[in-house]
Write a protein that binds this ligand. Structure first.
Ligand code: NAP
Length: 461
């Protein structure tokens, strides 16, 4: 049998509706799952295996042959075998010459080998056309058909025709191929399945760190201090009072941290007089995870709303209200309505409600289905203008509630200010600097810099 003629036939565009045979090396979990799916989609499938005794789990319409025999039957060979066993392909190099080899392998660690598995395969079988694909799809998802979350198949390779053939197969399986370019992209594609919420790491660590810090801070302030100084046991504050101090504090700090990197970037650009120099890595990374920071802030704000709603049914609050009423009755006096306090209380609630409403709106517009339906200008308007408005309202909400404590010496316990006072520091800095940056003497040069103007053009080299 002339192997070259079979390759040429297979690589030529198909004129009939009949699908080309696909060969799969390896009858393991992935090979079998892909085989099932290919047969369902009308492809004749032949397996290349170390043992030609077809295991019971092999799709019944598939053939199981030796590697060499199976390879002769198809122009596309999917290598469903771990990278460490690729050596067995070297003696088959002549048969595999001109074939499209699809590397689907993953590693256990990021950048485990000096070269990607696909590049390694290309080195082992230099005459083959290697294409990387399918590695981000799991065997279980293929088998069970639950591919909703991972319909995208990243494809890369140096040979356009080979890549096109693989992308046609991907489409026939009901998946979406995404061309990632040449085989050089394989390294990155192989790292994808090993990435665990890459954009969420910093926001999650930051919020966990801040939660731990504010928990101990509030514990000292609200429980340990009264216990040591006044012998009062307020340990039950841990359940709701402290949680309801941590949540708004974090919501505000994290919301401010969404806008802080933009402010820092503006200061850096103004100082350098150019936009053509890279920001420090930490600032780049911070800017990339602003959406995640905002969503975590929204989660804390939502918890704050829930904790606040249960306030009237808390036994401590009921006890405090009834004691105040009883004390007024016993002393035969009625406290007059304090109009200033009533104004402050209502304004504080109104600011909180409006701030939270805008916050939710920001969260909704960051959903891909919504952000895809607005243009870039509209998206920027919502995320920037409404975002700042939400930050202003939420900061004002906290200021009206906790700002007065700055003035009372009694609110400093062991020289520690109340958590709400700490919560105000970063948002106030962000808002003040943003306000300063709006002044034309700064805004104009910044706008020019962002349009490409440079103060000292030689700096961009
Ligand atoms: P597996 O269940 O361990 O199967 C691998 C197959 O390789 C075996 O069934 C065997 O087939 C063959 N094999 C084993 N040792 C060999 C050797 N020394 N020489 C030649 N062939 C050998 O692995 P798998 O889960 O199917 O994964 C296969 C590949 O797909 C891996 O590279 C993996 O990274 C990738 N992948 C897997 C998944 C998944 O969800 N499982 C998802 C994406 C990518 P025969 O007995 O028929 O020779």
């Amino acid at each position: 049998m002339n192997k070259n003629s079979s390759n040429i036939m297979a690589l030529a565009p198909s004129t009939s509706n009949k699908r080309e045979t696909v060969c799969i090396f390896g009858t393991g979990d992935f090979g079998r799952a892909l085989g099932h799916k290919l047969i369902q989609s009308g492809y004749p499938v032949v397996f290349g295996s170390r043992s030609t005794q077809a295991p019971s789990l092999i799709p019944k319409d598939a053939e199981v042959l030796s590697h060499a025999e199976a390879a002769q039957k198809a122009a596309i060979i999917i290598i469903a075998i771990q990278r460490q066993h690729y050596n067995f392909l070297t003696p088959l190099a002549e048969i595999l010459h001109g074939k499209v080899l699809v590397d689907i392998s993953n590693n256990l660690k990021m950048n485990e080998y000096p070269e990607s598995n696909a590049e390694y395969l290309a080195q082992l079988v230099p005459g083959a056309k290697v294409v990387k694909a399918f590695n981000t799809v799991s065997a279980w998802a293929l088998q069970s058909g639950t591919l909703d979350a991972s319909r995208q198949v990243f494809v890369c390779g140096d040979n356009m025709q080979a890549k096109q053939m693989v992308m046609d197969i991907v489409r026939s399986l009901g998946l979406t191929p995404l061309d990632q370019g040449s085989l050089l992209a394989a390294r990155e594609i192989e790292n994808y399945p090993l990435q665990l919420f890459p954009m969420w790491k910093f926001p999650i660590f930051l919020s966990l760190g801040l939660t731990a810090f504010f928990f101990f801070y509030c514990l000292i302030y609200n429980v340990i201090y009264p216990y040591v100084q006044e012998n009062q046991d307020f340990s039950f504050f841990i359940a709701i009072t402290i949680a309801n101090q941590i949540c708004p504090t974090l919501a505000l700090i994290l919301l401010a941290s969404v806008y802080l990197p933009g402010i820092l970037a503006a200061i850096i650009q103004l100082y350098r007089g150019t936009k053509y120099r890279r920001f420090p890595d930490w600032l780049d990374k911070w800017m990339l995870c602003r959406k995640q920071l905002g969503l975590i802030a929204l989660a804390f704000a939502s918890l704050h709303v829930l904790y606040t709603l249960v306030t009237p049914i808390r036994s401590f609050i009921k006890w405090r209200t009834s004691s105040q009423t009883i004390s007024q009755a016993l002393n035969n006096e009625t406290e007059p309505l304090d109009n200033t306090n009533a104004w402050l209380g209502d304004s504080y609630l109104a600011l909180g409600i409006l701030g939270f409403f805008l916050f939710v709106l920001l969260g909704i517009t960051s959903l891909p289905s919504v952000s895809n339906s607005v243009n870039w200008r509209e998206f920027r308007f919502v995320q920037s203008k409404l975002g700042y408005l939400s930050l202003i309202l939420c900061t004002a909400h906290t200021l009206v509630y906790g700002g007065k404590w700055f003035l009372y010496p009694s609110s400093y316990r062991w020289y520690l200010p109340h958590a709400y006072m700490l919560a105000l520091i970063i948002p106030c800095i962000v808002l003040v600097v943003k306000f300063v940056l709006i002044f034309p003497c700064l805004d104009k040069p910044l706008t020019r810099i962002r349009q490409g103007w440079e103060r000292n053009p030689q700096h961009s080299e």
